[in-house]
Design a protein around this ligand. Structure first.
Ligand code: DGL
Length: 257
């Protein structure tokens, strides 16, 4: 492991590009390899053991390419795989969890809606977070929502009716914040906003993850030295079409920052 190597990222598909865009912006000298496991998406409606096996396979691929650190750019995979992966590998591994702690500490009164995949919300890791910070939280599983992002369907009647049904039970509930607890949902921020009372804050984990990545790289003396800008390599398990989509969506993620 040395500072000249790339930082590996993976997600079930396109969602983690939102995390990558934030890391790339703050770490211009680093190189990144991103693996989107689109052939096996979605993760959020699979079982623990399936997602663990898929995560291990994705990380083994990245390790073959040579990485000095790993960001699991997926709340769902983090929930089941962060611990086993840390036991398996010695490089820094940064995971993602719904930003409930941030929402609880920065908002007042009202409920906090935590939007995430069913598997994230069932995980022991989320349960621990909920026990500590969840006194105002309502966990809101969103099966199928990530598929809109994979299809690049950021608006339209199907998405609107999904969101309308999702938020229907909370009409009249004072909301303090909404947590975007799946990296895909950041691409739907605009559509989600339209279905929430005006001014409802939306919270995500991206800044926190990048801060933690920087801290861990410094601790291990692995920060890339200043010099020419690093490069970004995007890999998809879903074939050429998905690989092209990754490049397109990465540009969009950078614009959305
Ligand atoms: N992007 C992922 C997350 O943050 C999961 C989406 C999925 O594969 O279901 O949880």
């Amino acid at each position: 492991m040395h500072s000249g190597q790339a930082i590996g990222f993976f997600d079930s598909g396109l969602g983690g590009l939102s995390v990558l865009a934030s890391a790339k912006q703050q770490l211009p000298y680093e190189s990144f390899i991103y693996l989107g496991d689109s052939a096996n998406a979605p993760y959020g409606t699979k079982s623990d053991s399936e997602v663990l096996a898929l995560s291990q396979r994705a990380v083994a691929e990245l390790v073959k390419l040579g990485i000095k650190a790993l960001v699991i750019a997926c709340n769902t995979a983090t929930g089941v795989a962060v611990q086993p992966l840390r036991e398996q590998y010695s490089f820094p591994i940064i995971g993602l969890e719904p930003a409930l702690k941030l929402a609880a500490n920065t908002s007042q009164g009202g409920a906090i809606l935590v939007m995430a995949t069913p598997l994230t919300l069932k995980s022991q890791k989320y349960q621990q977070l909920y026990d500590q910070y969840g006194h105002r939280a309502i966990s809101l599983p969103c099966p199928g929502l990530m598929d809109f992002v994979e299809r690049e369907e950021f608006s339209g009647s199907a998405l609107d009716s999904y969101l309308q049904n999702l938020f229907l039970p909370f009409q009249g509930t004072p909301l303090a914040a909404v947590v975007l607890g799946c990296t895909h949902y950041l691409f739907l921020r605009e559509a989600i906003t339209r279905h929430l009372p005006q001014g409802t804050p939306m919270v995500d984990s991206n800044d926190g993850v990048t801060r933690q990545l920087i801290r861990r790289l410094k601790e291990e003396n692995l920060l890339a030295p200043q010099g020419p800008a690093g490069n970004v390599r995007l890999i998809s398990t879903g074939g050429l079409e998905k690989a092209e989509q990754l490049a397109r969506m990465f540009r969009l993620a950078q614009r959305l920052l």
